[in-house]
Design a protein around this ligand. Structure first.
Ligand SMILES: O=P(O)(O)OC[C@H]1O[C@H](OP(=O)(O)OP(=O)(O)O)[C@H](O)[C@@H]1O
Ligand SMILES: O=c1cc[nH]c(=O)[nH]1
Ligand SMILES: [Mg+2]
Length: 215
């Protein structure tokens, strides 16, 4: 499990701005910080991928370089995931993309559980590719697990990375158990969730903060 804020960096400021009730009033800044953190995690993931050597011709001479061995597919879970996903796409700019619309309905009082609704899936063939599934909030972990299982209908990836901005301790354990084959990446881990399964201290509702409240 990789935690970006394990050592201090600019990522701490981007995350602090995402959490700040004052700075959250600026939704463009909220989206931009999500995007910046997506780019930072994408760079960290890029260090773990397989590369092959190639040559590039400069105006003066040939130079050697590395290019990615396998195709990448970046998965986004709508809607809160869009700005975070964009940060990954800015770095892995030749990737294909997969989209999943998932939202939580808070049935906690009746069932004690969060239920995940999925309305829309669009994905390329995933066979033999590197799948990076992104979602800024890993709370119970159910959205990521349901989304991943749905995507497997589109082929078996050669490797799987799951990336979040904020993860709850409980959610991480759940995802690790359900998807042991995945590598997990997060900006930070928060210890608690409240009775509505929101991450605490967290940042609130990421989708609403990025795009406004749902009617
Ligand atoms: O780990 P979980 O308990 O499943 O919760 C995490 C999910 O909750 C948020 O989406 P939400 O349902 O709020 O939908 P939205 O993106 O439309 O706001 C978030 O973007 C994750 O997809
Ligand atoms: O804390 C949380 C949990 C799920 N979704 C959010 O947007 N925030
Ligand atoms: Mg939401």
């Amino acid at each position: 499990m990789f935690v970006l804020t394990q050592s201090p960096s600019v990522a701490d400021r981007f995350l602090a701005e995402l959490r700040s009730v004052e700075i959250q009033k600026d939704s463009m800044r909220f989206r931009r910080n999500m995007e910046r953190l997506g780019a930072l995690i994408a760079y960290e993931i890029s260090k773990e991928l397989d590369y092959k050597k190639e040559e590039v011709q400069s105006p003066l001479e040939k130079a050697s370089t590395y290019v990615l061995e396998r195709k990448i597919v970046i998965g986004a879970i709508l809607r809160a995931g869009i700005p975070f996903f964009q940060g990954f796409l800015n770095i892995f700019d030749q990737s294909e993309s997969a989209f999943i619309a998932a939202y939580r309905s808070n049935k906690s009082e009746e069932t004690g559980n969060v239920e995940i609704n999925m309305d829309y899936v669009a994905s390329p063939d995933l066979t033999g590719k590197v799948l990076i599934l992104t979602d800024p909030m890993l709370a119970t972990g159910k959205s990521l697990v349901v989304a991943y299982r749905t995507l497997l209908k589109y082929g078996k990836p050669s490797e799987v990375h799951l990336a979040a901005v904020l993860s709850s301790r409980e959610g991480i354990e759940y995802v690790k158990n359900e998807i042991p084959e995945a590598k997990l990446w997060t900006v930070a881990i928060d210890e608690k969730m409240n009775e509505k399964f929101f991450i605490v201290p967290g940042l609130g509702d990421a989708g609403d903060l990025a795009f406004g409240p749902k009617k």
